[in-house]
Design a protein around this ligand. Structure first.
Ligand SMILES: Cc1cc2nc3c(=O)[nH]c(=O)nc-3n(C[C@H](O)[C@H](O)[C@H](O)COP(=O)(O)OP(=O)(O)OC[C@H]3O[C@@H](n4cnc5c(N)ncnc54)[C@H](O)[C@@H]3O)c2cc1C
Length: 466
């Protein structure tokens, strides 16, 4: 617990309007989309690197813990202050500093909202592809810290693939620069790649150099309805065998479809058990040809319905159906346990089958959907009563992870470990890997003050609104 006199010293660094200490206002900074709840002593809102550096130097001197935060849309508790301390919220460092068309890169502050950056670069005919479904709210800093993915990762890759370099404030206040403005650089260890996905445990991101590409000239969006998930997965595999790499390939199972149909008050054919959202993009002729081949395959070979978006409004409708899953699934349970396993694409059908069996074995409601093109499935276990269903749900999660790993998959494709997956880290990583990771953490943060309780530790005592 930080005493009032220690906190008072922060007023030498920031005006009091950007220091939050009242219990009511601190509630905003005590949680994220994981629903876990911590209790910060204070939250601060710096506006530049110098202020971040001074705040870190203060915390180092005071031995106070620091929790970096973007928008708090993380789903594994990464921004939750599990043991008090200072929440360092980067949301007011939100300037796009430069868009360099010649070198095709952008320089941004960490608090820039991902969707805003996309809109700005697209005005110039450029494209920043990483598109987490939370893109209208999450920050570039949070995306870098989590190595966020999204539907377009299938064709374009994840945040890591666009990060050329970083400015990082270290715990003692020093500023570190990694990477270059160039597309290539092989000088020394690749610290940029190490920091991307480090979940705010090694340093605070204060500036980001991002690679941009050309905006695709055309896009075609389709929605295909299938009688079963197995059939949808067979169609996915066939599309890849034809040599087409869609820019988006999203799969929803029957439970997810039913929830969204009811949420949006739409009729969805009762005999359909799966839905694919498919997008192809590129040069107009190429897009037309690929879309036609996909439509022929799905209608003639799979005898399933495909609807192509002919207007921007149609496209929004199809995308909105997929984007509405997160709020819609609360129709089948008050609380969500959200996992984001990833399996090799050719194991998708087995994985969906296995999930169904696990749901039946533990008598749990489960809705599954996700970025099927890259094998990334969002498994949502919906429970009403934590006391009654919590232990069963946890046992189911363990079994889901066992199945995923046996298929050569991973327990997190994009959400990171944070607090919620920390107890399962050892299921995927061997002891030597964990030891080396802890040594890396200690070399950046020997006192363990930066985002404690994340990745390596379990905090079963922490309050949760589940
Ligand atoms: C509806 C919904 C849909 C989502 N869809 C996707 C999806 O498709 N793909 C995907 O990958 N994720 C998705 N997410 C998860 C989440 O949006 C991402 O993890 C996102 O990158 C978090 O960004 P944020 O700004 O909200 O970060 P926060 O939640 O504030 O923080 C996340 C982590 O980053 C660290 N951090 C934040 N800023 C900094 C910084 N400047 N320096 C150092 N560390 C920092 C924090 O300490 C924490 O560990 C979704 C979440 C929701 C609620």
């Amino acid at each position: 617990m930080l005493s009032a006199s220690r906190i008072k010293k922060i007023e030498d660094i920031l005006p009091s309007s950007r220091i939050i200490s009242s219990p009511a206002a601190l509630l905003t900074y005590s949680t994220d989309a994981s629903n876990l709840i911590g209790s910060p002593d204070i939250a601060v809102l710096p506006r530049n690197t110098e202020e971040v550096s001074k705040l870190l130097a203060w915390s180092y001197k005071e031995r106070a813990t620091v929790i970096p935060r973007g928008s708090g849309t993380g789903v594994t508790g990464g921004a939750v202050p599990v043991s008090g301390g200072m929440v360092l919220c980067l949301s007011q460092m939100d300037r796009i500093l430069e868009i360099d068309r010649s070198n095709m890169l952008a320089v941004v502050e960490p608090g820039v909202i991902t969707g805003d950056l996309q809109d700005e670069v697209e005005k110039l005919g450029l494209f920043y592809p990483p598109d987490p479904s939370s893109l209208k709210a999450c920050t570039i800093g949070g995306n870098i810290a989590e190595n966020a993915g999204g539907p377009k990762a299938l064709k374009y890759g994840v945040t890591r693939d666009y990060c050329l370099g970083l400015e990082i404030a270290l715990l003692d206040g020093q500023i570190l620069h990694t990477g270059t403005r160039t597309q290539k650089s092989v000088v020394g260890y690749d610290l940029t790649r190490l920091l991307v996905g480090s979940e705010g445990t090694l340093g605070v991101i204060t500036k980001v150099f991002l690679r941009l590409i050309h905006r695709p000239d055309a896009v075609c969006t389709m929605q295909a309805k299938f009688s079963s998930v197995e059939k949808a997965v067979a169609a996915i595999n066939e599309i890849f065998r034809m040599g087409i790499i869609p820019s988006v390939m999203e799969l929803m199972d029957e439970k997810s479809i039913k929830c969204v149909s009811s949420y949006l008050d739409l009729d969805f054919p009762k005999d359909k058990g799966a839905m694919l959202l498919i997008e192809v993009d590129g040069k107009p002729d190429n897009v037309r040809e690929q879309a036609d081949r996909i439509k022929t395959l799905l209608t003639c070979v799979f005898s399933e319905e495909v609807e192509e978006a002919l207007t921007e409004e149609d496209r929004e409708g199809i995308i909105n159906f997929r984007r509405s899953i997160s709020p819609a699934i609360y129709r089948i349970g008050k609380n969500k346990i959200n996992e984001d396993i990833c399996v090799p694409r050719d194991r998708l059908a087995d994985c969906f089958g296995g999930l169904q069996k696990i749901a039946e074995k533990f008598d749990l409601k489960m809705a599954n959907f996700g970025h099927a093109g890259d094998g990334n499935i969002h498994v949502n276990i919906m429970i009403d009563d934590k006391t009654k269903d919590g232990a069963r749900a946890e046992a189911a999660v363990r079994e889901i992870f066992k199945m995923t790993l046996a298929m050569g998959g991973t327990i997190s494709g994009e959400h990171g470990i944070g607090v919620t997956k920390a107890p399962y880290l050892g299921m995927e990583l061997d002891a030597s890997s964990i030891r080396i990771m802890k040594e890396i953490k200690a070399s950046f943060d020997p006192l363990g003050l930066l985002n404690p309780g994340k990745i390596f530790h379990n905090h079963p005592q922490m309050a949760s609104s589940l």
